[in-house]
Every structure is written in structure tokens, then in C-alpha cells.
Design a protein around this ligand. Structure first.
Ligand SMILES: NC(=O)c1ccc[n+]([C@@H]2O[C@H](COP(=O)([O-])OP(=O)(O)OC[C@H]3O[C@@H](n4cnc5c(N)ncnc54)[C@H](O)[C@@H]3O)[C@@H](O)[C@H]2O)c1
Length: 256
């Protein structure tokens, strides 16, 4: 219960799904958390749960694609806790208007890139100096299994944004390793969160097709990702940087 004692973690997209679960799990392991989301109400719900459990939490309504907003959120966290040692870049979107390169509007393409990739850049731009100041830390970027395998049901901007997140992870790992900042990516498979289930609920065929490709026979739960996140945030992973770790029920290992 104390694997993250002394850590201060900034978590984006903390109002829902994996971001909410990871926030709660980090607090259970002793971390203080700075929670960020662009939706005030769901963010307040996560904050309330953590306060009820006696956790230390600061929060900021923040759009990760907006530079001033990110700058303010990082500053609020540092003001409250005096430092930052972990960045969990989790905020992401998967709008249904994002489809094939043939039929995706440029505005939709840019919207997805702005949140999923530029958002990671901006949070790192303002957050990594704080990790350096603290003498080191861990950046964890949430990519996706779709960056690793092709799919005939395309979400091309989403897929490209997650590929960008993996490439950026490696570049930052190389740059900051000698100064004690580790940077790794998590590539989740299909996880039971609103982002995925809102879509699959309306399309039973899409749901059973995906389930049939997962050797472990079920969708992931946010907690499955949370356990890996705790490891990457803690000193237990001190010798790991630049990795892109699949945690996907086996979906990317399955031929047929
Ligand atoms: N669910 C899956 O199957 C799956 C699989 C692989 C990767 N992922 C990735 O995991 C991450 C979390 O996904 P989830 O399934 O928990 O999604 P979710 O929709 O449940 O939660 C995402 C959160 O991000 C917030 N958010 C969206 N845009 C934002 C912005 N501009 N600024 C700040 N916050 C913003 C939302 O309000 C929401 O609270 C995303 O990056 C997603 O792409 C999800």
C-alpha cells in the first residue's frame, strides 16, 4: 500500500475510465495526485471519491490541447504539493467522425491530433521541468494497441496520434534518461471504459468480433492497466525507459 509514497502524480483525463481508476489506485499506494480533465463534473466526482478515502488531491479543469490551460494546471499542482515526480498522460478522444483517410474531415483529423498527441507534448513541456527540478521522475504516456496492428475498421487520426505518442516517448526517453527522468508508454488493448463501450454497445457485431480476437477471452478492466501504471510510476521500474508495453489480453499476438 505504499509503493508510491512520496510521489506527486499529475494525471490527465482523470474524470473517467482508466484515468479515474489510476488516480484512485495511485492514492491507495500513497501518492498525492494532481487531477486534470476538461469536464468539470466528472473531474469533481473523482476528486470527491479520493477526498472521501482520505487522499491528498489537487485538481484543475484543463484542456490538454491548450497551452495556457496546461501551464496553469501544472503550476497549481506544484503550488499545492511543492513538486511533481510522475506525469500520467492519459487524456484522449476517439470521435466516431474519425474514420478512414478517405472520409475524415481535416478538422476532425486535427482535433484528434490536438488532444491525443499535442496534449502529451504540452503536458511534457510544462511538466518535465518540474520532474528535472525534483531530481528525476517518471512520465507514462497512454498509447494504444491500434498503433501496433492495422484494422479494417479504421480510426486513422486516432491510430496515427497513438503512433506519434510511442515515437515521442522514445525521443523523450533518450533525451532525459541521463537526468533521471524515465519515459515509457502503455499500449492498452480494448478496455471496458466509456470511450470504447459507448460505441460497442450500439454495435454488437463489432463487440463480438473484438472479443473473438482476445486470447484471454474478455475486455480489459481499467485496473488491469492501473497495476502496470503503478509499477511504471514507482522506483520498481528504475531501469526501464523508452519502452512501449502491450497490455492487451493477447490481441496483438493473435494471428487466427
Ligand atoms: N478504452 C480503450 O479501449 C482504450 C484502449 C487503448 C487506449 N486507450 C486510451 O486510454 C486513454 C484513456 O481512455 P479511456 O478509455 O479511459 O477514456 P474515457 O473517455 O473514459 O476517459 C478519457 C478522459 O479524458 C478526458 N478528456 C478528453 N479530452 C480532453 C482534453 N482535451 N483535455 C483534458 N481531458 C480530456 C475526458 O473528459 C475523459 O474524462 C485514452 O488516451 C485512450 O485513447 C483506451
Amino acid at each position: 500500500m505504499d509503493r508510491l509514497t512520496g510521489q506527486v502524480a499529475l494525471i490527465t483525463g482523470a474524470g473517467s475510465g482508466m484515468g479515474r481508476a489510476v488516480s484512485q489506485m495511485f492514492v491507495q499506494e500513497g501518492a498525492a495526485v494532481v487531477l486534470v480533465d476538461n469536464q468539470a463534473e466528472p473531474l469533481a466526482e473523482t476528486v470527491g471519491r479520493i477526498e472521501e478515502a482520505g487522499g491528498q488531491v489537487e485538481s484543475a479543469v484543463c484542456d490538454v490541447s491548450d497551452e495556457n490551460s496546461v501551464n496553469r494546471a501544472v503550476a497549481a499542482g506544484i503550488r499545492r504539493f511543492g513538486k511533481l515526480t510522475v506525469i500520467y498522460n492519459n487524456a484522449g478522444i476517439m470521435p466516431e467522425q474519425d474514420h478512414s483517410v478517405l472520409d475524415t474531415d481535416p478538422e476532425v483529423w486535427d482535433w484528434v491530433q490536438d488532444v491525443n498527441l499535442k496534449g502529451v507534448y504540452l503536458v511534457c513541456k510544462y511538466g518535465i521541468p518540474a520532474l528535472l527540478e525534483a531530481g528525476g521522475g517518471s512520465v507514462i504516456n497512454v498509447a494504444s494497441f491500434v498503433a501496433l496492428v492495422g484494422c479494417t475498421v479504421p480510426q486513422d487520426s486516432y491510430t496515427a496520434s497513438k503512433g506519434g505518442v510511442i515515437a515521442l516517448t522514445r525521443s523523450m526517453a533518450a533525451q532525459f534518461g541521463s537526468r533521471g527522468v524515465r519515459v515509457n508508454a502503455i499500449c492498452p488493448g480494448p478496455i471496458e471504459t466509456p470511450l470504447l463501450m459507448d460505441w460497442l454497445l450500439t454495435d454488437p457485431d463489432a463487440k463480438s468480433l473484438r472479443l473473438s480476437r482476445i486470447p484471454l477471452g474478455r475486455f480489459g478492466k481499467p485496473e488491469d492497466i492501473g497495476y502496470l501504471a503503478i509499477y511504471l510510476a514507482s522506483p520498481e521500474s528504475a531501469w526501464m525507459t523508452g519502452a512501449a508495453l502491450n497490455i492487451d489480453g493477447g490481441i496483438t499476438s493473435y494471428y487466427f
